[in-house]
Design a protein around this ligand. Structure first.
Ligand code: HEC
Ligand code: HEC
Length: 324
């Protein structure tokens, strides 16, 4: 009996110690492995600003998250809402709040260097050196596209708008301490990709810019690892305030004649479907910004998705209504 009690006591002490350890050390600073390269200075040109704006309000969909919660409907409706931050994502690891991306020095990115912004988009490392959940999967984006986004962010009107920091749950802190690492594709160069109606450009959009692959593939929600065949669907979204209480399984985008969501679609039908935007309330897919993609990008996406190997993966139900 005594031994058992002692054992339980030791176990409790260990659990408390681990909890304290996580509490005190979850904000890991990765700046030593990923130092800020102070030499990077993004040259601002009119062409870069225009491209950056197109990406942020189109395929790269920054505007779906970096606007206040009550402005998301306006973004969906095609309005160009300033990216003053405030969008929230309620997930098991915590409530994540998207910061103000306008150049306000106090509450926005005014005091962040080009390299700090670059490091965020390339390696998913915040300006304080900590990592975050993979919400911004731009680690394989071309340098030129990242520079263009930075040039556009700098060109915006500064807006003073304070956004509270993200609130991590204990699970989130433990993940931050032990699981979430900077995202690094290991390549030292990220050359420009020629924009055009080609399979190669469609693949680039789907993987490096618009996150079609990230959402339309089954994955382990804790580590972010892909656990199912790419583009075959099946990623699950739990109900949350952002989904208006709906739950989702993403559909299969591969050209499977039996189980693909786009079976029987023509190129025109695909382009029209994306242009029409949201039909399903609460869907996490950034329909509003995607509906602003130009015809070259939509055609490239269609060519790429049609070129995929058909994968039979039946997603029986896609949207689950809130239980009342
Ligand atoms: C799915 C939602 C989402 C999308 C899309 C998104 N972001 Fe974010 N972003 C966030 C959240 C949430 C945070 C804060 C994460 C945290 O607190 O750990 C963040 C953080 C950042 C930061 C870090 C600022 C700092 O303090 O270091 C930058 C810069 C940023 N985002 C830029 C962008 C840009 C540019 C785009 C588009 C190319 C983009 N984001 C797309 C949700 C998003
Ligand atoms: C944040 C997650 C997310 C991203 C990113 C995303 N999707 Fe989706 N997608 C969904 C979900 C969830 C659904 C099911 C609900 C709906 O139709 O909105 C869906 C549905 C679809 C549908 C079926 C629409 C219909 O009418 O049945 C198509 C086609 C599609 N996505 C294509 C794409 C393409 C192409 C991309 C990249 C450009 C993409 N998705 C990016 C989550 C996502």
């Amino acid at each position: 009996m005594k031994v058992l009690l002692k054992g339980i006591g030791v176990l409790l002490v260990l659990i408390v110690a681990l909890g304290l350890f996580i509490q005190l050390s979850y904000q890991q600073d990765f700046s030593e492995e990923y130092p800020v390269n102070e030499d990077l200075k993004v040259e601002t040109t009119a062409a870069r600003i225009a491209l950056g704006e197109y990406l942020a309000y189109g395929p790269a969909h920054c505007a779906t998250c970096h606007v206040p919660v009550d402005k998301i409907a306006a973004v969906e409706a095609g309005e160009k809402v300033a990216m003053i931050g405030g969008g929230e994502l309620t997930l098991p690891p915590g409530i994540l709040r998207a910061p103000n991306l306008t150049p306000d020095p106090e509450t926005g990115i005014g005091n962040l260097s080009d390299e700090e912004l670059y490091r965020m988009l390339r390696y998913n490392i915040m300006h304080d050196g900590t990592t975050t959940i993979e919400l911004m999967p731009f680690s394989t984006m071309s340098d030129e596209d990242i520079y263009s986004i930075i040039a556009y962010l700098r060109s915006q009107e500064p807006v003073n708008h304070e956004v509270a920091a993200s609130d991590w749950t204990f699970l989130g802190k433990a993940l931050k301490r032990f699981v979430i690492k900077p995202i690094d594709d290991g390549k030292s160069e990220h050359p420009p990709i020629e924009k055009g109606a080609s399979i190669a450009y469609g693949k680039y959009l789907a993987e490096s810019v618009a996150n079609c692959r990230g959402c339309h593939t089954e994955r382990d929600l804790k580590s972010g690892a892909f656990t199912g065949p790419e583009y075959a669907g099946g990623l699950h979204f739990d109900p949350s305030p952002e989904t208006q209480g709906w739950a989702f399984n993403t559909p299969n985008l591969t050209p499977c004649e039996k189980t693909g969501i786009m079976k029987g679609w023509s190129k025109e039908a695909f382009v029209q479907r994306i242009r029409n935007g949201r039909t399903q309330a609460g869907s996490p897919m950034p329909w509003g910004t995607f509906s602003r993609m130009d015809s070259t990008d939509l055609e490239a996406l269609w060519l790429f998705l049609s070129s995929l190997e058909p994968i039979e993966n039946s997603i029986e139900q896609i949207a689950f209504a809130p239980e009342s």
